[in-house]
Write a protein that binds this ligand. Structure first.
Ligand SMILES: [Zn+2]
Ligand SMILES: [Zn+2]
Length: 309
Protein backbone atom coordinates (compact mmCIF):
# COMPACT_ATOMS: atom_id res chain seq x y z
CA UNK A 1 0.00 0.00 0.00
CA UNK A 2 2.96 2.34 -0.55
CA UNK A 3 2.72 5.82 -2.11
CA UNK A 4 6.31 6.83 -2.74
CA UNK A 5 7.90 9.60 -4.76
CA UNK A 6 11.34 8.85 -6.23
CA UNK A 7 13.29 11.89 -7.36
CA UNK A 8 15.62 11.19 -10.30
CA UNK A 9 16.60 14.71 -11.38
CA UNK A 10 16.63 18.18 -9.87
CA UNK A 11 18.48 20.37 -12.41
CA UNK A 12 17.13 22.98 -14.81
CA UNK A 13 18.13 23.36 -18.46
CA UNK A 14 21.94 23.76 -18.35
CA UNK A 15 23.94 20.58 -17.66
CA UNK A 16 25.78 20.31 -14.34
CA UNK A 17 28.18 17.69 -13.00
CA UNK A 18 26.17 16.62 -9.98
CA UNK A 19 22.57 16.87 -11.09
CA UNK A 20 20.25 15.32 -13.65
CA UNK A 21 17.39 17.19 -15.34
CA UNK A 22 13.75 16.72 -14.32
CA UNK A 23 12.28 13.26 -13.78
CA UNK A 24 10.18 11.80 -10.96
CA UNK A 25 8.74 8.31 -10.50
CA UNK A 26 5.62 8.03 -8.37
CA UNK A 27 5.11 4.49 -7.08
CA UNK A 28 1.49 3.86 -6.09
CA UNK A 29 1.32 0.33 -4.65
CA UNK A 30 3.86 -0.99 -7.14
CA UNK A 31 2.44 0.84 -10.17
CA UNK A 32 5.05 3.27 -11.50
CA UNK A 33 4.20 6.63 -13.08
CA UNK A 34 7.14 8.41 -14.73
CA UNK A 35 6.71 12.19 -14.67
CA UNK A 36 9.00 14.12 -17.03
CA UNK A 37 11.94 12.39 -18.63
CA UNK A 38 15.05 14.57 -18.84
CA UNK A 39 18.33 13.32 -20.29
CA UNK A 40 19.76 10.37 -18.33
CA UNK A 41 16.45 9.32 -16.81
CA UNK A 42 17.00 5.67 -17.69
CA UNK A 43 20.36 5.65 -15.88
CA UNK A 44 18.71 7.22 -12.86
CA UNK A 45 15.91 4.62 -12.96
CA UNK A 46 18.61 1.93 -12.79
CA UNK A 47 20.54 3.74 -10.06
CA UNK A 48 17.38 4.03 -7.97
CA UNK A 49 16.68 0.31 -8.56
CA UNK A 50 13.25 0.93 -10.03
CA UNK A 51 11.93 -1.82 -12.34
CA UNK A 52 11.84 -0.42 -15.90
CA UNK A 53 9.26 -2.98 -16.94
CA UNK A 54 6.77 -1.69 -14.38
CA UNK A 55 6.57 1.78 -15.95
CA UNK A 56 3.41 1.77 -18.03
CA UNK A 57 2.56 5.45 -18.15
CA UNK A 58 4.69 8.54 -18.78
CA UNK A 59 3.61 12.15 -18.22
CA UNK A 60 5.56 14.90 -19.99
CA UNK A 61 4.92 18.47 -18.83
CA UNK A 62 6.28 20.32 -21.87
CA UNK A 63 8.61 20.10 -24.81
CA UNK A 64 11.74 21.65 -23.35
CA UNK A 65 14.75 19.35 -23.60
CA UNK A 66 15.39 19.17 -19.86
CA UNK A 67 11.97 17.50 -19.48
CA UNK A 68 11.81 15.22 -22.51
CA UNK A 69 15.20 14.37 -24.09
CA UNK A 70 15.48 11.19 -21.97
CA UNK A 71 12.37 9.59 -23.47
CA UNK A 72 14.14 8.45 -26.65
CA UNK A 73 16.81 6.44 -24.88
CA UNK A 74 14.22 5.05 -22.52
CA UNK A 75 11.96 3.85 -25.35
CA UNK A 76 14.91 2.20 -27.11
CA UNK A 77 15.97 0.40 -23.94
CA UNK A 78 12.45 -0.83 -23.26
CA UNK A 79 12.45 -2.36 -26.74
CA UNK A 80 15.90 -3.89 -26.25
CA UNK A 81 14.51 -5.54 -23.12
CA UNK A 82 11.68 -7.02 -25.18
CA UNK A 83 8.77 -5.02 -23.80
CA UNK A 84 5.49 -5.94 -25.48
CA UNK A 85 2.91 -3.93 -23.51
CA UNK A 86 2.04 -0.54 -25.05
CA UNK A 87 3.46 2.50 -23.25
CA UNK A 88 1.02 5.37 -22.69
CA UNK A 89 2.66 8.79 -22.97
CA UNK A 90 0.63 11.84 -21.92
CA UNK A 91 2.18 15.00 -23.35
CA UNK A 92 1.21 18.23 -25.14
CA UNK A 93 -0.12 17.77 -28.69
CA UNK A 94 3.17 18.72 -30.39
CA UNK A 95 4.83 15.65 -28.92
CA UNK A 96 2.90 13.58 -31.48
CA UNK A 97 5.04 14.74 -34.41
CA UNK A 98 8.25 14.32 -32.41
CA UNK A 99 7.34 10.73 -31.54
CA UNK A 100 6.36 10.04 -35.15
CA UNK A 101 9.77 11.22 -36.41
CA UNK A 102 11.57 9.23 -33.75
CA UNK A 103 9.62 6.05 -34.51
CA UNK A 104 10.09 6.38 -38.28
CA UNK A 105 13.88 6.71 -37.84
CA UNK A 106 14.54 4.39 -34.90
CA UNK A 107 11.37 2.40 -34.21
CA UNK A 108 11.60 -0.15 -37.03
CA UNK A 109 12.30 -3.19 -34.88
CA UNK A 110 10.43 -2.01 -31.80
CA UNK A 111 8.81 -4.78 -29.77
CA UNK A 112 6.06 -2.50 -28.39
CA UNK A 113 4.05 0.59 -29.30
CA UNK A 114 4.41 3.94 -27.52
CA UNK A 115 0.96 5.56 -27.54
CA UNK A 116 0.78 9.35 -27.38
CA UNK A 117 -2.23 10.92 -25.64
CA UNK A 118 -2.40 14.65 -26.44
CA UNK A 119 -3.07 16.57 -23.24
CA UNK A 120 -5.23 19.66 -23.47
CA UNK A 121 -6.61 21.40 -20.39
CA UNK A 122 -7.74 24.94 -19.59
CA UNK A 123 -8.40 24.09 -15.95
CA UNK A 124 -7.80 21.04 -13.74
CA UNK A 125 -9.31 18.00 -15.51
CA UNK A 126 -9.12 14.25 -15.06
CA UNK A 127 -7.18 12.73 -17.95
CA UNK A 128 -6.56 9.13 -16.89
CA UNK A 129 -7.08 6.58 -14.18
CA UNK A 130 -5.68 3.29 -12.98
CA UNK A 131 -7.28 0.82 -10.60
CA UNK A 132 -6.36 2.89 -7.53
CA UNK A 133 -5.50 6.34 -8.85
CA UNK A 134 -7.17 9.25 -10.63
CA UNK A 135 -4.80 11.44 -12.66
CA UNK A 136 -5.46 15.09 -13.44
CA UNK A 137 -3.77 17.66 -15.70
CA UNK A 138 -3.82 21.44 -15.36
CA UNK A 139 -2.21 24.22 -17.42
CA UNK A 140 0.93 25.96 -16.14
CA UNK A 141 2.29 29.35 -17.18
CA UNK A 142 5.55 28.88 -19.04
CA UNK A 143 7.06 29.91 -22.36
CA UNK A 144 5.49 26.96 -24.21
CA UNK A 145 2.36 24.83 -23.68
CA UNK A 146 2.95 23.20 -20.28
CA UNK A 147 0.87 21.04 -17.95
CA UNK A 148 1.16 20.01 -14.33
CA UNK A 149 -0.10 16.62 -13.17
CA UNK A 150 -1.86 15.49 -10.01
CA UNK A 151 -2.25 11.93 -8.75
CA UNK A 152 -5.01 11.16 -6.25
CA UNK A 153 -5.77 7.76 -4.79
CA UNK A 154 -9.41 6.88 -5.35
CA UNK A 155 -11.73 6.98 -2.36
CA UNK A 156 -11.72 3.41 -1.02
CA UNK A 157 -14.87 1.33 -0.53
CA UNK A 158 -16.26 1.75 2.96
CA UNK A 159 -15.80 -0.99 5.55
CA UNK A 160 -18.87 -2.35 7.37
CA UNK A 161 -18.52 -2.31 11.16
CA UNK A 162 -18.28 -5.83 12.55
CA UNK A 163 -20.99 -5.25 15.15
CA UNK A 164 -23.48 -4.38 12.38
CA UNK A 165 -22.95 -7.70 10.61
CA UNK A 166 -23.88 -9.69 13.75
CA UNK A 167 -26.57 -7.34 15.01
CA UNK A 168 -28.55 -7.21 11.76
CA UNK A 169 -27.53 -10.56 10.24
CA UNK A 170 -26.57 -8.66 7.08
CA UNK A 171 -26.92 -10.43 3.74
CA UNK A 172 -24.12 -10.22 1.15
CA UNK A 173 -26.29 -7.88 -0.95
CA UNK A 174 -26.82 -5.57 2.04
CA UNK A 175 -23.08 -5.57 2.81
CA UNK A 176 -22.36 -4.63 -0.82
CA UNK A 177 -24.91 -1.78 -0.61
CA UNK A 178 -23.41 -0.43 2.62
CA UNK A 179 -19.86 -0.65 1.21
CA UNK A 180 -20.92 1.70 -1.59
CA UNK A 181 -21.98 4.15 1.12
CA UNK A 182 -25.72 3.62 0.50
CA UNK A 183 -28.28 2.81 3.23
CA UNK A 184 -29.62 -0.76 3.19
CA UNK A 185 -33.43 -0.74 3.22
CA UNK A 186 -35.38 -3.88 4.21
CA UNK A 187 -38.98 -4.90 3.59
CA UNK A 188 -41.17 -3.09 6.09
CA UNK A 189 -39.08 0.06 5.81
CA UNK A 190 -36.24 -0.86 8.22
CA UNK A 191 -33.21 1.24 7.32
CA UNK A 192 -29.63 0.31 8.15
CA UNK A 193 -27.79 3.62 7.72
CA UNK A 194 -24.41 3.47 5.98
CA UNK A 195 -23.23 6.57 7.84
CA UNK A 196 -23.59 4.83 11.20
CA UNK A 197 -22.44 1.31 10.38
CA UNK A 198 -19.62 1.85 7.90
CA UNK A 199 -16.37 3.81 7.90
CA UNK A 200 -13.74 4.88 5.36
CA UNK A 201 -10.76 2.57 5.97
CA UNK A 202 -8.03 5.08 5.11
CA UNK A 203 -7.35 8.58 3.82
CA UNK A 204 -6.59 8.62 0.06
CA UNK A 205 -3.15 10.11 -0.66
CA UNK A 206 -2.16 12.65 -3.31
CA UNK A 207 0.80 14.19 -5.12
CA UNK A 208 0.98 17.17 -7.50
CA UNK A 209 3.84 18.05 -9.85
CA UNK A 210 4.26 21.67 -10.96
CA UNK A 211 7.15 22.37 -13.33
CA UNK A 212 7.95 24.73 -15.06
CA UNK A 213 5.77 27.71 -14.24
CA UNK A 214 5.46 31.32 -13.29
CA UNK A 215 3.17 31.80 -10.27
CA UNK A 216 -0.57 32.36 -10.78
CA UNK A 217 -3.48 32.30 -8.33
CA UNK A 218 -5.55 29.40 -9.72
CA UNK A 219 -2.72 26.93 -9.18
CA UNK A 220 -3.24 26.79 -5.41
CA UNK A 221 -6.94 25.97 -5.96
CA UNK A 222 -6.14 23.12 -8.32
CA UNK A 223 -3.62 21.41 -6.01
CA UNK A 224 -5.49 22.25 -2.80
CA UNK A 225 -4.82 19.91 0.11
CA UNK A 226 -2.46 17.48 -1.62
CA UNK A 227 -0.23 15.53 0.76
CA UNK A 228 2.87 16.26 -1.28
CA UNK A 229 3.47 19.13 -3.69
CA UNK A 230 6.46 19.40 -5.99
CA UNK A 231 6.87 22.99 -7.16
CA UNK A 232 9.79 24.21 -9.23
CA UNK A 233 12.04 26.86 -7.69
CA UNK A 234 14.46 27.72 -10.44
CA UNK A 235 15.61 30.87 -8.66
CA UNK A 236 16.05 32.23 -5.14
CA UNK A 237 14.03 35.23 -4.02
CA UNK A 238 16.54 37.85 -5.21
CA UNK A 239 16.17 36.73 -8.83
CA UNK A 240 12.44 37.36 -9.27
CA UNK A 241 13.07 39.44 -12.40
CA UNK A 242 14.75 36.69 -14.36
CA UNK A 243 12.19 34.18 -13.03
CA UNK A 244 9.39 36.32 -14.40
CA UNK A 245 11.15 36.83 -17.75
CA UNK A 246 11.71 33.09 -18.24
CA UNK A 247 8.37 31.78 -16.94
CA UNK A 248 9.71 30.29 -13.72
CA UNK A 249 9.13 30.62 -9.98
CA UNK A 250 11.25 31.72 -7.07
CA UNK A 251 11.48 30.01 -3.70
CA UNK A 252 9.11 32.51 -2.13
CA UNK A 253 6.51 32.09 -4.90
CA UNK A 254 6.60 28.28 -4.61
CA UNK A 255 6.32 28.43 -0.81
CA UNK A 256 3.41 30.87 -1.08
CA UNK A 257 1.61 28.44 -3.41
CA UNK A 258 2.13 25.61 -0.90
CA UNK A 259 0.83 27.82 1.90
CA UNK A 260 -2.20 29.02 -0.07
CA UNK A 261 -3.03 25.46 -1.14
CA UNK A 262 -2.69 24.05 2.40
CA UNK A 263 -0.56 21.11 1.27
CA UNK A 264 1.05 18.62 3.63
CA UNK A 265 4.64 18.91 2.44
CA UNK A 266 6.50 20.89 -0.24
CA UNK A 267 9.43 19.52 -2.21
CA UNK A 268 11.34 21.96 -4.40
CA UNK A 269 13.76 21.51 -7.32
CA UNK A 270 14.72 22.55 -10.89
CA UNK A 271 17.59 24.57 -9.44
CA UNK A 272 19.46 27.07 -11.59
CA UNK A 273 22.92 25.80 -12.61
CA UNK A 274 24.39 28.99 -11.07
CA UNK A 275 24.04 27.43 -7.60
CA UNK A 276 26.22 24.53 -6.45
CA UNK A 277 25.00 24.94 -2.91
CA UNK A 278 21.22 25.20 -2.82
CA UNK A 279 20.82 25.64 0.95
CA UNK A 280 19.72 29.25 0.31
CA UNK A 281 16.64 27.82 -1.46
CA UNK A 282 15.69 25.80 1.60
CA UNK A 283 16.11 28.71 4.01
CA UNK A 284 13.88 30.88 1.87
CA UNK A 285 11.03 28.39 1.40
CA UNK A 286 11.04 27.34 5.06
CA UNK A 287 10.60 30.92 6.19
CA UNK A 288 7.15 30.81 4.55
CA UNK A 289 6.36 27.10 4.51
CA UNK A 290 8.32 25.20 7.21
CA UNK A 291 7.34 21.72 5.98
CA UNK A 292 9.59 21.97 2.90
CA UNK A 293 12.44 19.78 1.64
CA UNK A 294 15.06 20.11 -1.08
CA UNK A 295 14.76 17.55 -3.87
CA UNK A 296 17.96 15.55 -4.35
CA UNK A 297 18.86 12.84 -6.84
CA UNK A 298 17.94 9.41 -5.45
CA UNK A 299 15.66 10.80 -2.73
CA UNK A 300 12.54 8.84 -1.78
CA UNK A 301 9.59 10.45 -0.03
CA UNK A 302 6.93 8.16 1.41
CA UNK A 303 3.42 9.45 2.01
CA UNK A 304 2.27 7.28 4.91
CA UNK A 305 -1.15 5.63 4.94
CA UNK A 306 -3.47 7.09 7.59
CA UNK A 307 -5.97 4.40 8.63
CA UNK A 308 -9.33 4.93 10.31
CA UNK A 309 -11.40 2.48 12.36
ZN1 LIG B 1 12.82 22.98 -17.20
ZN1 LIG C 1 10.76 24.69 -19.50
Amino acid sequence: MNFTLNILGTASALPTVNRYPSAHVLDVRGRLFLIDCGEGTQMQIRRCRLPLAKIDTVFITHLHGDHVFGIFGLLSTMSLLGRTAPLDIYAPGDFGIVLQHFMSSFGGGFTFTPVHHAVSAKTCVKIAESRNTDIFAFPLRHRVETYGYMFREKTPQRNVRKEAVGRFGLSLAEIATLKRGEDAVRDGGIVIPAGEFTYQPYQPRSYAYCSDTAPFPELADWVRGVDLLYHETTFPEGMADIASRTGHSTTVQAAQCALDAGVGQLVIGHYSSRFKDVSVYLDEVRRIFPSSVLAQEGMRIDVPLVKFN
